[in-house]
Design a binder for this molecule. Structure first.
Ligand code: ASP
Length: 302
């Protein structure tokens, strides 16, 4: 049984950006699905789908990411293998177009789970992960946003997220392959105008990403400072595992906890070991797409 689900962020995606989001999640889904249908692993499918969205300037991941308070782009990503429960993550890395590829290298080729900033970039050089120029990551839309924020006397990401409309185009994917292996991953440029060195939920295992073959996998998006506090991805897995919730109910349960306990906004995608999907969000829109052996064609929704 093969299944895959991707997301491209949860927020009040404006009408004139709907087409780009739809195309972006759709082509990421195809990249992952192609791997699964050719007998590839869930891990490879997750990495390929996320690489596609890191290349796509629509999303806050790789090219197109938000700019931090210091005018830099710092990226976070994580990946988890549900078969072995190995995980790899990087945070606050600069000049890397595909942070999920670096997170995978941390998982596969180091004895660590999370490397940050200069150490992560040193590891990238050792592993021959390509570097790019800052201009390869920066797009005009985000430069304009950053300049506009600098003109405000005070800008609070918290307040912006509290309105549930703060842009959030973090990307993620969960896949299940024919061998019954689940993998999950998430990649992001974080939040607009974040403090240099700020790390959100996306590279934190259990918060932005989680996968375990006996249950399933989750990737989350939304206000990272809130998601971390409720350990969102793992809470959803536990709801399926221990409370015997369906993936739909567990996804909804996760978003309810996020909102009721810490006033958080965001969205989650869930895939169980049986290939069943769950999606929930408390923002006006969420870009997502899924496909499995049980449906005849991909479902793409923004
Ligand atoms: N969760 C990401 C972060 O806080 C942002 C997002 O998902 O939009 O870094």
């Amino acid at each position: 049984m093969k299944s895959i689900i991707v997301h491209g962020g949860a927020w009040d995606i404006p009408d004139d950006m709907l087409g780009d989001h739809r195309n972006g999640v759709s082509s990421a889904l195809s990249a992952g699905w192609d791997i699964l249908t050719n007998g590839g692993s869930a891990l490879d499918a997750v990495q390929a789908a996320i690489n596609k969205m890191e290349d796509d300037p629509t999303f806050d991941a790789g090219r197109g990411s938000f700019v931090n308070m210091a005018g830099q782009i710092e990226l976070d990503a994580s990946i988890m293998d549900g078969r072995t429960m190995r995980a790899g993550a990087v945070a606050a890395v600069r000049n890397i177009l595909h942070p999920i590829t670096l997170a995978r290298a941390v998982m596969d080729k180091s004895e660590h789970v999370l490397l940050v900033s200069d150490g992560a970039m040193r590891f990238a050089r050792e592993q021959d992960i390509p570097f790019c120029g800052a201009d390869d990551l920066l797009v005009g839309r985000e430069f304009e946003r950053w300049k506009e924020i600098q003109t405000r006397p005070a800008y609070s990401g918290r307040e912006a997220f509290a309105g549930s409309t703060n842009p959030g185009d973090t990307v993620g994917c969960v896949a299940l392959d024919d061998q019954g292996n689940v993998a999950s991953g998430t990649s992001t440029g974080g939040t607009p105008n974040k403090y240099p060195g700020r790390v959100g939920d996306s590279p934190i295992i259990g918060c932005g990403t989680y996968a375990v073959n006996s249950v399933g996998g989750v990737s989350t998006t939304g206000w990272g400072e809130a998601i971390i506090k409720v350990v969102l991805a793992k809470s959803i897995i536990d709801a399926i595992d221990m409370l015997k919730m369906t993936p739909e109910d567990a996804a909804q349960h996760g978003i309810s906890i996020l909102h009721s306990r810490v006033e958080g906004y965001g969205g989650v995608i869930v895939l169980t070991k049986k290939g069943k999907f769950g999606i929930a969000f408390n923002t006006p829109r969420m870009a997502r797409a899924y496909m499995s052996d049980e449906i005849s064609e991909p479902v793409v929704t923004v």
